[in-house]
Design a protein around this ligand. Structure first.
Ligand SMILES: Cc1cc2nc3c(=O)[nH]c(=O)nc-3n(C[C@H](O)[C@H](O)[C@H](O)COP(=O)(O)O)c2cc1C
Length: 233
């Protein structure tokens, strides 16, 4: 990748997969837009059914990024009245094994931050840090046409993972953030997107603050035997 400000040594796909994690504390170091342009050019190689390439994104820094944070803060201040969910982030009535995995990752995160279960205020404050993009200097909002269905949403995910791995290769970090879809209309309006578009997720982008415990805990995964069934081998 012809990056202009590449930090890391050349790494392979396996190493990039292991290094990528959802980073929830960033430094204020600015990100070179030329580097982002290289990354988005490479990510355009992501596959999509019928080559639809349904992903669309708005990338923000500075005042436009601040405007989204301010607009969403206004909705948050309205309490539950302010919610504008674009879609159900999780299925209603989530059951095991998925519910346990969701619970487990939350416990691991709060455990790393030494926030006990009873301290609802501190847990909420950690969650609300989502709405400053965890201090990231750049935010990307990933959206697509509302006519798109599950296959195209999967395509968006492949593009997003491609971007995240390329960011790792360039020494950058990210956090995917579907929490922004809870205030989808406000985000879309602030970005100037029309109602024909649906907001899938944010992607906070910047340089990781490696000193922060929130970026240091081991994120669990189930073993492949829980996901893969082999036949005919
Ligand atoms: C589409 C998508 C949306 C996500 N939204 C959020 C979010 O709103 N806030 C957050 O802190 N993490 C979010 N995450 C991060 C997940 O919690 C994380 O990927 C998962 O726990 C595995 O951890 P890892 O990414 O560090 O490996 C999101 C991840 C994905 C793929």
């Amino acid at each position: 990748m012809p990056a202009t400000d590449k930090q890391g040594a050349d790494i392979g796909v396996t190493e990039a997969l292991h290094r990528r994690r959802s980073v929830r504390a960033f430094t204020d170091r600015a990100v070179d837009p030329a580097l982002l342009r290289d990354i988005f050019n490479a990510a355009q190689r992501a596959p999509s059914g019928g080559n639809l390439q349904p992903w669309q994104a708005v990338v923000l820094t500075g005042a436009p990024w601040q405007a989204v944070k301010d607009a969403v803060a206004g909705r948050i201040a309205m309490g539950r009245e302010g919610y504008q969910p674009e879609y159900d982030i999780y299925p209603k009535g989530l059951v095991d094994p998925w519910e346990s995995r969701r619970f487990g990752v939350g416990e691991a995160l709060y455990g790393a931050l030494e926030i006990p279960r009873e301290d609802k205020k501190a847990r909420l404050a950690q969650f609300m840090d989502n709405y400053r993009g965890f201090g990231a200097p750049v935010m990307l909002f990933l959206h697509c046409s509302r006519i798109m269905g599950p296959p195209q949403w999967a395509d968006m995910g492949m593009w997003m993972q491609s971007v995240m791995l390329l960011l790792v290769e360039a020494g950058l970090a990210s956090c995917p953030q579907e929490c922004w879809a809870m205030y989808g209309e406000t985000v879309r309006k602030t970005l100037g997107l029309d109602d024909g578009q649906i907001l899938f997720s944010g992607l906070a982008i910047g340089y990781a603050d490696a000193t922060q415990p929130v970026n240091q805990w081991p994120v669990p995964r189930v073993g492949i035997d829980e996901a893969i069934e082999w036949q005919g081998f």
